[in-house]
Write a protein that binds this ligand. Structure first.
Ligand SMILES: Nc1ncnc2c1ncn2[C@@H]1O[C@H](COP(=O)(O)OP(=O)(O)O)[C@@H](O)[C@H]1O
Ligand SMILES: [Mg+2]
Length: 373
């Protein structure tokens, strides 16, 4: 993930350095601008979570710069904090807030206060970005679900009548092959519609008690052995892990989607490792896992030694229709389906990837408790 950006605007090098150093180790991408004009140029190139700006500056001062920023449609919501040694009168404060500042800090600064204020704004910004992404997924999901439902109805008519035709014409008809083609395409369409419904979370989930290891062994035997040409498939399954309560058909689809991506990422061969493990998440190790609450989970990891995913692509891989593959090769629905399936079944997931090294998908499902029915 890219670091969140904040902008420091000050015409004095020593102040810029002081602010930059104070914010070190907040894990931010700190950009500095030497003038108001320079600041506006930086803001046009990238999105910032926060602007820390001096008031007294040559040419454009901070207030004038803020006015320009507030007048730009795309920049008007970026919060500005003024930091000043020179303008400390109440009238200056009011002018600062009037120009759209969210805060007005006086030098000498208390570093701890500065850091916690920056932290608050960065957190707000990050949450906003996540929310926007969710909304986008939701909107595309609704649209897709609508289309998929209509297609489903039409396909039912096509497949149903093709099947009837096949039965009434019997085996000897010269049209046998043509009808089979229709049925084959119709069934392919049905599968596609199921993917669309899965990712838009409209598929009916039929949870059952599932032994994940057993399912992985089955998929390994039936599918993976055949479709992984020069890829070595390894299983590292922890024995006797507790069952989970999920839709087994959807888990099958999830495994196939992740494994076919891994295969595509290793055209020159490599290793695909499927791993299961029981994990106990506590407060202190919560951050190491993709889950939100402490508890017992079964963790599935799908690890490949393929081409890896660039940081830019990584941000978008779960978006429906996002693909880096050629037309006809990728639909961009594999991972959005995986995402939908995991969420629908009460799980959580994350992905880590390094270009040229490989990719790891980690998925956790809560363990089915004894008293759960
Ligand atoms: N294991 C992987 N290694 C490298 N890239 C991957 C992997 N899995 C997914 N990707 C990237 O994510 C994109 C989206 O994947 P997906 O939703 O399955 O769609 P598709 O496979 O049809 O392109 C892929 O096009 C690819 O760029
Ligand atoms: Mg795919």
């Amino acid at each position: 993930m890219d670091k969140t950006k904040i902008l420091i605007v000050d015409d004095e090098a020593s102040s810029r350095t002081m602010l930059t150093v104070s914010l070190k180790d907040l894990n931010l991408d700190v950009v500095t601008a030497v003038s108001g004009k320079n600041a506006v140029a930086c803001l046009e190139k990238a999105t910032f979570a926060l602007i820390l700006m001096d008031v007294q500056m040559a040419e454009l001062n901070g207030f004038q710069t803020a006015k320009i920023i507030r007048e730009r449609e795309t920049l008007r919501h970026t919060p500005i904090i003024f930091v000043t040694a020179a303008r400390q009168e109440p009238a200056d404060f009011f002018e600062g807030y009037d120009k759209g500042a969210v805060d007005y800090l006086l030098k000498p600064l208390d570093i701890r206060i500065l850091r916690s204020k920056v932290r608050v704004f960065v957190k707000l910004f990050d949450q906003q970005a996540q929310l926007e992404q969710l909304r986008k997924m939701e909107a595309v999901g609704q649209l897709t679900a609508g289309i998929a439902h209509d297609f489903n109805n039409m396909l039912q008519v096509i497949n149903g009548y093709a099947q009837l035709l096949k039965e009434s014409l019997g085996d000897q008809t010269p049209h046998r092959e043509k009808i089979d083609w229709i049925l084959q395409a119709g069934n392919r369409g049905k599968e596609l519609v199921q993917s669309l419904l899965a990712f838009s979370r409209q598929q009916v989930v039929r949870p059952e008690t599932l032994d994940f290891n057993k399912l992985i062994r089955e998929v390994h035997k039936q599918v993976l052995c055949t479709f992984m040409e020069n890829v070595q498939v390894k299983l590292k399954l922890q024995e006797d892990v507790s069952p989970i309560f999920v839709d087994s058909g959807q888990m099958h689809q999830l495994l196939i989607n992740l494994c076919s991506n891994a295969r595509d990422a290793m055209p020159d061969g490599g290793t695909l490792l499927l791993e299961t493990k029981a994990i106990e998440v506590k407060g202190e190790n919560l951050a190491d896992h993709p889950v939100d609450t402490a508890g017992d989970y079964i963790q599935l990891r799908v690890i490949d030694t393929g081409c890896g995913i660039s940081p830019e692509a990584l941000k978008r891989i779960f978006e429906p229709f996002f693909t880096t593959k050629d037309v006809g090769k990728g639909t961009g629905l594999g991972l959005s389906t995986v995402h939908g399936i995991v969420k629908q079944n009460g799980g959580s997931l994350n992905v880590k990837s390094h270009l040229g090294v490989g990719t790891t998908f980690t998925i956790c499902f809560p363990v089915k408790k004894k008293h759960d029915s």
